[in-house]
Design a protein around this ligand. Structure first.
Ligand SMILES: *Cc1c(COP(=O)(O)O)cnc(C)c1O
Length: 388
């Protein structure tokens, strides 16, 4: 028997990183020493006190049952308190907070709650691939808002076509941004909130990187903008902040109807995050936050090595204020794919071609700062020998 994938699946491109892993493995199989700056996954483990808390929680049979659909009330209380401490915002943990099995899960399920067949979702491009894919899986139509250097990698809201806007149900933003490492100030956030009010759009903010910032810069929450809670849902993650990518824990905050819609979808599909993991998440959010500071100091050191090294090769790289990515323009005459492929084949350096995140990413590659300074230095030296 041969079974055809559903149309919605056939419309999806292969998940970018699955493809890249295959190429990397092929080069590694030749015995090449690989420096992997591909996937944005922290190279260090989770904090010891969080691991310990997980073990303790796992030993308690009370935590072995189906979780509450929207998360333990203690987890939601803790998340609300964390948001209050960090952004000065007051949330109702019962209605304006929902636990997620990682923020990707929430971002991916959200369109099922609000997007009808043929509805447009305005998504950034280049971008984390999930906004595009989840729109398609919900039967919607992603319309790309290009993130261009001349606009500081912010979407140009005035450039959205009126006919797309008329059919649009939601608009997605993600700052600090993956893959461009761009940041958004409150002025831009105000503009987007106003725009969504004016056009009746749901505002989806992916805030996975608010805690990964350098040089004293403090990223914002969209909910800091007055009136944002009438239109916005924001996705937060413990993955990058506390080196917990494998644990699958995050949460969404914001408008109570948007949170409720997401909860309704989740109650039919998954049964919530494991209470043991939520317990560990509480420990991460309430414990020693110095961990986050030290992590950022480490990434900052790596950032400086890579940015300086690439600049010495004549590449016009901006110094990112946030995220653990460096968004690097390609050398003259090379496309994103050519530059990535040559670095992989000739240097064993894995990067991600910018166009893999969407066509407007052409002309760039993304490096993730997920190896030591020494290895980054080695990567730069190998690229230098390539003779660009
Ligand atoms: C890493 C990342 C996430 C985090 O996803 P989790 O599911 O919480 O691990 C979300 N959005 C973006 C843009 C990311 O890069």
């Amino acid at each position: 028997m041969k079974f055809e994938f559903a149309d919605r699946l056939q419309k999806l491109p292969p998940y970018l990183f699955a493809e890249l892993d295959r190429l990397r493995d092929a080069v590694a199989a030749r015995g090449v020493d690989i420096i992997d700056l591909g996937v944005g996954d922290p190279d260090h483990g989770s904090p010891a006190h969080v691991v310990e808390s997980l073990c303790q929680a796992a030993a308690d049979p009370a935590n072995h049952h189906y979780p509450a659909y929207s998360g333990m009330s203690s987890f939601r209380d803790t998340a609300a308190q964390w948001i209050k401490n960090r952004f000065g915002l007051t949330l109702d943990p019962a209605k304006e907070v929902i636990a997620l099995i990682g923020s990707k899960e929430g971002v991916a399920h959200f369109p099922l709650a609000f997007v009808n067949i043929g509805d447009v979702v305005l998504v950034p491009s280049p971008a984390y691939p999930v906004y595009h894919a989840s729109t398609i899986m919900a039967g919607g139509e992603p319309v790309e808002m290009p993130l261009l250097k001349e606009n500081d990698f912010l979407p140009d809201l005035d450039a959205i076509k009126p006919e797309d806007l008329k059919r649009a149900k939601a608009l997605v933003i993600n700052y600090p941004n993956n893959p461009t490492a761009a940041t958004a100030d409150l002025d831009f956030y105000k503009k987007v909130v106003e725009f969504c009010h004016e056009h009746g759009l749901i505002l989806v903010s992916d805030a996975a990187y608010t805690e990964m910032a350098f040089d004293g810069y403090q990223p914002h929450s969209i909910l800091e903008v007055p009136g944002a809670k009438e239109v916005a849902i924001e996705f937060h993650s413990l993955s990058k902040t506390y080196n917990m990518t494998g644990w699958r824990i995050g949460y969404a905050i914001g408008n109570e109807d948007l949170v409720a819609g997401l909860g309704k979808v989740k109650s039919q599909i998954d049964s919530g995050a494991f209470d043991v993991v939520q317990q560990a998440g509480i420990t991460a959010m309430t414990g020693d936050q110095d961990f986050v500071y030290r992590n950022n100091e480490m990434y900052k050191g790596r950032r400086d090595v890579l940015v300086e090294g690439l600049r010495n090769l004549g590449l016009d790289v901006a110094t990112p204020k946030a995220t653990f990515y460096v968004w690097c323009p390609c050398p003259d005459g090379l496309t994103s794919t050519e530059f990535t492929t040559r670095m992989l084949e000739e240097c064993g350096v894995v990067s991600t071609p910018g166009n893999g995140f969407g066509a407007p990413g052409e002309g760039y590659v993304r490096f993730a700062l997920t190896v030591s300074k020494g290895r980054l230095q080695e990567a730069v030296e190998r690229i230098a020998k390539m003779g660009l």
